[in-house]
Ligand binder design. Structure first.
Ligand code: HEC
Ligand code: HEC
Length: 470
């Protein structure tokens, strides 16, 4: 397998402008150096045998999904595609630095309408387990959106197309008509059969499913899940981290305790880390007063300025879960088109820099600074963060480490001897907690090198902690 790490060739916003979805010539397929990686095999290869991270060649179904993803004609009015809020150059979040500064949520195709949350990255969303509401002894895990309200990509994929706060199409008939005019019409028929775009009740009934299947396939493709960050190359022993990045990693897995919710090591079977344990938590991120949602008409936001985002608790209708949001992946968290581009963080984009997020984790409960109140103070997690005693330099080290998680890293050609691939061992600073509730699979024993076991223990431990502090 090739050891070279190649940059991704996903179209940038400039490319996209050059070829709006209505162009006669469809966008070129990806270049030929792309290699199709069967995922399970790729995972093993990626983790230990060199980073075979050349971009993938897409299947016809994935290519169709890609075309739909970038098609700005599939909104009402035209002009907004999925990529308008999930752009590759911004780590599949909003590519609009101005919108980010102005309140972080993104207007829909109708420019005066805003949803209430920041677009999360869609990269690696396909790796998420399905939503599971948990229960006694088990935390809620998986699902999509900040509050877990949809089960998986297939269910999610068509929602924005019909959401009045997003692409705002009136219905299936609308979409069928638009796809008939699309530049990739022939590809659609190749994938779904000749006649699949003919205007008929049968095709109308199937169109949303067909779009969802293509979008979900694209979102699960290796173009969107490339595992091509500097950290992946480091895990594979292809590159060393700088001293500062290495200090950041040590803090991440030690004193700063980030890894207990954002796991940073490959699993025992060689799957690269996804930097989320797919649980939900209330970190007390304050409401974002700049969020234009507070000023939306009462038909959209009946509570006006007093609106509280209940997150997972709103979905489960369970006050104990109020204020909890999904632990997001940290992959591509710093990816941005230019150095000065403003990215925003947290479910409502309250924070405008990574340093500010980390500073909040560090001193929220230290009593040295005051912060705006949490939206739901009752469920805030005070046990795993809030008073980390990090120095200013250590906060910077953590930021430096987070910057190694952006995809598209190119391993420099240098004669230096490669480092040893990293072994998936339990970090030295990690104390195996004794779970007070039995895990599903019986008593938990965590052996050295059993990282999956450790993660399970962490989840149970965290759950117990939450129960204890509620
Ligand atoms: C107007 C901006 C906007 C557009 C357009 C948009 N999205 Fe989103 N997307 C969002 C926001 C905001 C969320 C988070 C919503 C929430 O958590 O309540 C989201 C969430 C998602 C998620 C869940 C990710 C996760 O890890 O939870 C996926 C997947 C997704 N969008 C895919 C798409 C696709 C596919 C399209 C095009 C069909 C699209 N989006 C169009 C704003 C947008
Ligand atoms: C108790 C679990 C937990 C711990 C520990 C934790 N996080 Fe998080 N992290 C979350 C959750 C949950 C969110 C989303 C919170 C929200 O939006 O309200 C989040 C969000 C973030 C974000 C914003 C990502 C985005 O896309 O908006 C960053 C950056 C981040 N965490 C970094 C860190 C770092 C660095 C550490 C260690 C100092 C850390 N986290 C420790 C659970 C945790």
């Amino acid at each position: 397998m090739s050891l070279a790490v190649r940059p991704k060739t996903i179209p940038t916003s400039t490319d996209r402008k050059a070829e709006s979805g209505m162009d006669a010539a469809p966008r070129n397929a990806l270049p030929s150096h792309h290699v199709l990686l069967a995922l399970p095999v790729a995972w093993l290869c990626l983790a230990w045998h060199g980073v075979g991270l050349s971009a993938a060649e897409l299947t016809p179904l994935e290519t169709l999904g890609q075309k739909i993803f970038f098609d700005t004609t599939l909104s009402n009015p035209a002009g907004q595609s999925c990529a308008s809020c999930h752009a590759p150059e911004a780590g599949f979040t909003s590519p609009d630095a101005d919108e980010n500064s102005l309140g972080a949520v993104h207007p829909g195709a109708v420019k005066t309408l805003f949803g209430n949350r920041k677009p999360p990255t869609i990269a690696y969303a396909s790796q998420s387990p399905k939503f599971s509401a948990g229960g006694e002894g088990e935390p809620t895990t998986g699902g999509l959106f900040w509050d877990g309200r949809v089960a998986d990509l297939q269910e999610q994929a068509t929602k924005p197309l019909l959401n009045p706060l997003e692409q705002n199409n009136a219905g299936a008939a609308d979409l069928l008509k638009k796809l008939n005019a699309a530049a990739y019409r022939a590809l659609f028929e190749t994938v779904n059969g000749q006649g699949s775009l003919a205007i008929s009740p049968d095709n109308e009934a199937k169109i949303l499913d067909r779009i969802a299947t293509a979008l979900a396939a694209y979102e699960a493709s290796s173009e969107i899940n490339p595992f091509s960050s500097k950290y992946d190359a480091f895990l594979a022993g292809k590159v060393k981290l700088s001293e500062q990045e290495a200090r950041g990693l040590e803090l991440f897995e030690g004193k700063a305790n980030c890894f207990s919710c954002h796991p940073s090591r490959p699993s025992e079977d060689g799957k690269p880390p996804l930097f989320t344990d797919y649980t939900y938590d209330n970190l007390g991120f304050p409401r974002n007063p700049k969020n234009p949602f507070y000023r939306m008409p009462t038909s959209i936001n009946p509570d006006g300025d007093k609106a509280i985002d209940l997150g997972l608790g709103g979905v489960l209708k369970d006050p104990k879960q109020y204020g909890r949001f999904k632990v997001p992946t940290l992959r591509n968290v710093d990816k941005r088109p230019t150095g000065g581009f403003v990215k925003v963080f947290g479910h409502n984009g309250y924070f405008t820099s990574l340093k500010a997020v980390i500073h909040f984790y560090n001193v929220r409960d230290a009593g040295t600074e005051s912060f705006d109140p949490a939206e739901v103070p009752e469920t805030v997690n005070h046990t795993e963060l809030g008073n980390l005693s990090l120095t200013d330099a250590e906060e910077d080290d953590l930021v430096a480490f987070l910057k190694t998680l952006s995809d598209g890293y190119i391993v420099p050609k240098s004669p230096t001897t490669p480092t040893k691939p990293r072994q998936p061992v339990v970090p030295a600073t990690y104390d195996v907690p004794k779970p007070a509730v039995p895990a599903e699979s019986g008593p938990l024993t965590v052996l050295p090198h059993d990282f999956a076991g450790a993660r399970q223990a962490i989840r149970v431990f965290r759950f117990v902690e939450h129960k204890r502090t509620r």
